[in-house]
Design a protein around this ligand. Sequence first.
Ligand code: Y12
Ligand code: CO
Length: 171
Amino acid sequence: MLLPIITYPNKQLKVRSAEVTQFDHLLHRFLDDMFETMMNSNGIGLAAIQVSNPIRALILCIPDEDGNQSKENVIEIINPTIHNPQGTVMYQEGCLSVPGFYGDVERYETLTLHYQNRHGEKCTLEASELLAIAIQHEIDHLDGKLFIEKLSYARRKKFEKEYKKNMKEKK
Ligand code: Y12
Ligand code: CO
């Protein structure tokens, strides 16, 4: 089932999401719906709060070298924590909740992720490159933060002006 994706400046996006405690069929169905919703919008990452569910769950599907995404490559990440972050990189990020806008953000280059899978099993992942960037972007969503908050002052001002203009044009 496709879920509606909420967009900036919806205040729900500022909510800190709560730990997941029940790893049941309702969670599994919700994760499946998140995947369908993300693929339908050409996304590579989606946090639960973006579909109005304030739980600490996110999914990622990083395209392979041919640019293809498949269900086998999806990573479902629940109750994540970042450890041992190293280095910094700049990357031009986009977000399904901030449609039509991309901006340069500084992130850690590599990190270790501790999380639980859909069955509640504890997992560890060593992440670098696009995966590490996407993990940080999505965990920010779980903490009620958007990538636009990490832009320079001048870029953020420009964004607010352009985005408001786009919103008026779409009405
Ligand atoms: C690096 C940086 C950020 C992430 C987070 C995940 N971001 C996305 O999945 C962004 C998807 C996206 C897709 C768009 O294209 C369509 O909607 C067709 C898009 O374009 C427009 O909204 C016009 C913007 C963002 C992961 C890795
Ligand atoms: Co996002």
